[in-house]
Design a protein around this ligand. Sequence first.
Ligand SMILES: [Ca+2]
Length: 502
Amino acid sequence: MLAAAVLGTASTALAVGPAQATGESTLTADPLATWQTDGIVWSLAYAKGIVYVGGTFEHIRPPGAAPGSGELARKNFAAFDAKTGQPLPCAPAFSGGSGTVRALKPSPDGSLLYIGGSFGKAGPVGRSNTAALNTADCTIGAEWQPTVSSTVRAIDVTDDAVYIGGGFDTVQGQTRERIAALRPNGALLPFKATVRGSSIPNDPTPGVNAITVAPKLNKVIIGGRFTSVNGSLFGVHALAGLDATTGRVVNSFSGWIPQRSAVKTLVNDGTNFYLGAEGTGGGVFDGRIAGRLSDGSQIWKDTCLGATQAVLPYKGVLYSGSHAHDCGSTPGGFPDIGNRQHFLAQSISDKTILPWFPDTNDGIGEQIGPRALTMADGVLWAGGEFTTVNDAPQQGLTRFAAAPDTGAPQVPLLSGASTARGKITLKWKASWDRDNGVLTYKIYRDGAYLTSLTKDSRYWNRPDMSFTDTVEPGAEHRYSLEVTDGTNVSGRNGPVYVTARN
Ligand SMILES: [Ca+2]
């Protein structure tokens, strides 16, 4: 049995999934047909078979529809069936204030969706920058209606507490500077951490941008661009670990986030936490960090430039949304070639950038592409400011699944010459694929399969390749080339005709 299995592995082609050649397999880079928004998506969440979308928009429209056509009214909030991607009738409007939804987070049991932003009304009822939605019937929860003095930009939820962060000074009339904890019934908890300052003038997002809670460790990690927590003058910048009951600083993460860099997103998987940062000014830390929840130690930090807005760990891979344009010092990364890569996948174990390169454009707003990610039944949903995905029109939302891989690599140009008696040398430049690193090049002579070569390549690194054939001197032969990622085969290129030297 064992011998048979080993033989089978050795003698047949492995079913190589996207990116598998480098260790971890990724999702495909082929977007699923997805509804679109007519504005910016700031937040995504998944609960009980439904994907919730929050942002600054007025309508949604079908996949493939041009702006203004086939629209349904959805004011800053929309819900979609996670399996079919179709819109659901659940559509409370979020209006008043600045009229924007910035944070969505389900309760651990999925029965409630907590919503934060800048608004005065949630559907038919008045709410103060935060609301809860009953996911079973799409009604606005009656219990959760705290008064929050300004924008809520981050939420995380445990079984018995809801942590909110943002730019506010008071919650329920009590002083709570940028972070607060409440019971699910809206009662303010004694948890208190005073978050102050910013390392840039006129900070558009002062206070807390991101929260992730580890209830088993009784720890809350908060991120922003703040310069002090609980009066700390030194050592705390933009990131802090807090006791989840008292708000006391338990991890100061000294030196992790430099001046003029902000933490924009935080998430944890129960063991590690992951963050994305946005620097202001050239060369200021924009990348991702993986850390251990238990002791607050750093696992790795990448120094890609191009601010990171969203991170999501899934099956050993950290997916992120950014506009990375220089990852030259990160394993698997690219130098600054004047390109902005808006999605990345990295090995959680060693930060290597994996061959997964779906891409968006910069789009509208601040023009930085994706801003939010969520995983729904194995499908990655991404939202943001973009108006194209993989160079095709698509606004605000897109989705990627594990299969099928449908994108074939382009076939490179083939040339051939005879440089010695009976020898014909074929040359071409390696192709690239959005979700596979190692590609197979199949050579055909006179229409019949001759041989295959494999090569690892990326869009910024396409090595020269060659193959020398041995034939009858003086004979003319016809050669062609095709490329496969293991699933999809390119159109065959060539033919080129070459006569071997005598
Ligand atoms: Ca592929």
